[in-house]
Design a binder for this molecule. Structure first.
Ligand code: MN3
Length: 251
C-alpha cells in the first residue's frame, strides 16, 4: 500500500506528531500527501473543513487496531462527515464562521431544517478529530499528574475507571461513544452518547477521553466482540493527551 518514499514520509511525520502530541499541541491541518494515501474523497485545498491527519501511520496501532480499519475509518468515515459539512456550508454559511465547539454546545442556533445533518456531521468531525489525537503508537501507559489524582479520587483506581468507561461503551445500544469529561460542576463524569452526538451538547466543560464504539471502529478485526475491542483499545491511549485535555483552561 505504501511506497518506500511514503513510508519515509510517514515516519518523519510520526516523529513530529509525537513531539507535538506530547506537548499537547493541536494536530496540524490536513495534508493528503502527508499520510501517503489516495483518499476516496478528494480533499479540496481551500474547503472550510478538512480531515486532520492521523499523525501516525495507519498500521501504527496494530495489533490493537488494524491498518485497514484505520484507513477506512479515517479516510472514508471521517472523510464523509467532512465532505457533508463542506456541502452544508453553502446552505448555512455560519457553519464555517462559528466556533465548532460553540455550535455543538448549542445546536438550537442552527436552523431547524439543517440541525440534524449539522448534529451528525459536525459531531462526527469533532468526535473523530478528538479520537485520532487521543491515540498514539504504543500508548503512554499511565495517566499522570493531576489527571491521575482526579481519576483515583473519583473512581478509586485506574482499573475501576476503565471498568466503568468500558461498561458505558458496552451499554451503548447500536452506535455511539463513551466519554470521560469534566462536568459543569468541575467533577469527572463518565457517560455514553448515541450516534455522533458529542459530550459538548451534554454540557461537558472539558472532554478528557473518549472511545468510538461504532461497529466501523472494530468490526473487521473484532466482529461483534465490542468488549475485546475495548480491552485492546486501552493499549493505544495517549494519556499525555488526556492529561492535556483535562488541564485545558475552559473556553
Ligand atoms: Mn467512527
Amino acid at each position: 500500500m505504501f511506497s518506500r518514499r511514503d513510508n519515509l514520509r510517514a515516519a518523519a511525520s510520526l516523529a513530529g506528531a509525537a513531539v507535538a502530541a506530547k506537548a499537547g499541541f493541536a494536530v496540524p491541518a490536513a495534508s493528503p500527501a502527508r499520510n501517503g494515501f489516495a483518499s476516496p474523497i478528494t480533499p479540496v485545498a481551500d474547503a472550510p473543513f478538512q480531515v486532520p491527519p492521523l499523525g501516525y501511520r495507519y498500521d501504527a496501532l496494530e495489533p490493537y487496531i488494524d491498518a485497514t480499519t484505520m484507513t477506512i475509518h479515517h479516510d472514508r468515515h471521517h472523510g464523509s462527515y467532512v465532505a457533508a459539512l463542506n456541502g452544508l456550508v453553502e446552505k448555512y454559511p455560519e457553519l464555517s464562521t462559528t466556533p465548532v465547539t460553540a455550535l455543538l454546545a448549542d445546536l438550537s442556533v442552527v436552523p431547524e431544517a439543517l440541525r440534524a445533518p449539522v448534529r451528525n456531521n459536525l459531531g462526527g468531525h469533532w468526535n473523530h478529530s478528538f479520537f485520532w489525537a487521543l491515540m498514539v503508537p504504543g500508548g503512554t501507559k499511565e495517566p499522570a499528574g493531576e489527571l491521575k489524582s482526579a481519576i483515583d479520587q473519583s473512581f478509586g483506581s485506574k482499573a475501576n475507571f476503565i471498568e466503568k468507561l468500558n461498561a458505558a461503551g458496552l451499554g451503548r445500544f447500536g452506535s455511539g461513544w463513551a466519554w470521560l469529561v469534566v462536568d459543569k460542576n468541575g467533577k469527572l463524569d463518565i457517560f455514553s452518547t448515541a450516534n455522533q452526538d458529542t459530550p459538548l451538547e451534554k454540557g461537558a466543560r472539558r472532554v478528557v477521553l473518549g472511545v468510538d464504539v461504532w461497529e466501523h471502529a472494530y468490526y473487521l478485526k473484532y466482529q461483534n466482540k465490542r468488549a475485546d475491542y475495548l480491552a485492546a483499545w486501552w493499549n493505544t491511549v495517549n494519556w499525555d493527551q488526556a492529561a492535556a485535555n483535562f488541564a485545558k483552561t475552559p473556553s
